[in-house]
Design a protein around this ligand. Structure first.
Ligand code: PLP
Length: 357
């Protein structure tokens, strides 16, 4: 039986990436040692580290005026790192709160300055992205923070605030759709949704913003620690960075972000069309805000949701259960999810609807 993994993260990898890992795990490039055994100062790892960084820049079209840092601690550590590094002038930051992680980022930053949620969709259960052109941004903020894709609620931005100090948490749609990084002063993303196994967090930050952190900023959260050291101040996540490199190679061969965005839109539209034309399934997200990475849906009752999750699993559809704060189901269909996987899910959904009318 085919197994398709709809987990929100860690999530699916392309088969060809996993086959390469299998080979390299026992004997990397005829070195006689495993990829996880080699020193982070070795020639082999140095090449991996450099290639992963270069491919990240190439795929996202990131200019020389940015540092690209390969860090640990997850996107959650960046909630604080961003605040501690960037709240350094007026100590004011505006947040647009559009979901669970977005709210956590806001709460974390609130401890370090004058931080305000200038817009929020919380009152409507985070079912839409506020119109960024109508938000009243404050003057002279150190930055404006958004979460470009809301993993739990299934929303994404289709346009960005027109401000010159934007920061974006791109954890769940980085490389899944085209986003112009030059519109941001800083972006960050945990790797485990679209890039690599968990452990690795990637930050791209304008060079001129590094080196001005608050005095209380821990050494390990200060970008000035890792930037001049090329992210090798301490032991990096060697295995995750290696897998990021393989994923980036695979994505480049696929045609890059613009090309996979087309496929991602196709996959998402297959599910949204099915849901919108069904009497059983419902997606509560405003149509224009719907994510192409995470597709949440419910049936007509909690009992039927539970039955769906159980029977889906029996049919090789794994981790389709929705996040506990929203319930129901959620199909996470990141870059690693092939079109066949979404077709397989769609067929199952149709069959389930016929059997549960
Ligand atoms: C998953 C996720 C996070 C949390 O990432 P960790 O690496 O687990 O800290 C933060 N923001 C968004 C948008 C996410 O999807």
């Amino acid at each position: 039986m085919a197994v398709y993994n709809f987990s929100a993260g860690p999530s699916m990898f392309a088969e060809e990436v996993k086959l390469q890992v299998q080979k390299d795990f026992l004997n990397y490039d005829n070195s006689g040692i495993s990829i996880v055994e080699m020193s982070h100062r070795s020639k082999w790892y140095s090449e991996i580290h450099a290639e992963a960084n270069a491919l990240f820049r190439e795929l996202l079209n990131i200019g020389d005026d940015y540092y690209v840092l390969f860090l640990q601690g997850g996107a959650s550590s960046q909630f604080e790192a961003v605040a501690l590094n960037l709240l350094n002038n007026t100590k004011k930051a505006d947040y647009i709160v559009t979901g669970n992680f977005s709210n956590k980022a806001f709460q974390a930053a609130s401890r370090y300055g004058d931080v305000v949620a200038v817009a929020s969709s919380k009152a409507d259960n985070y079912t839409y992205i506020p119109d960024v052109d109508k938000v009243q941004y404050r003057d002279n903020t150190d930055y404006v923070h958004i979460t470009t894709n809301n993993t739990i609620f299934g929303t994404h931005y289709t346009k960005f605030p027109k401000v010159n100090n934007l920061v974006g948490d791109m954890s769940s749609n980085i490389m899944g759709e085209v986003m112009d990084v030059s519109k941001f002063n800083l972006i960050y993303a945990g790797a485990q949704k679209n890039m690599a196994p968990s452990g690795l967090t990637i930050v791209a930050v304008k060079k001129n913003l590094v080196g001005h952190a608050q005095d209380i900023c821990p050494i390990m959260l200060n970008y000035q620690t890792q930037a001049p050291a090329d992210s090798l101040y301490n032991t990096p996540t060697t295995f995750s960075t290696y897998m990021a490199m393989l994923t980036f190679r695979w994505l480049k061969k696929f045609g890059g972000v613009a090309e996979i965005e087309k496929q991602n839109k196709y996959k998402a539209s297959m599910l949204y069309n099915l849901i919108d034309n069904s009497k059983l399934y419902k997606n509560n997200i405003e149509v224009n805000s719907r994510s192409i990475m995470n597709v949440p849906f419910v049936t007509t009752s909690k009992e039927l949701d539970a039955k769906f999750v159980k029977e889906a699993e029996e049919n090789g559809i794994i981790s389709i259960k929705g996040h506990k704060v929203v319930g129901g189901m959620r199909a996470s269909i990141y870059n690693g999810m092939p079109v066949e996987g979404v077709k397989y899910l769609a067929e199952f959904m149709k069959k389930f609807e016929l059997q549960n009318k």
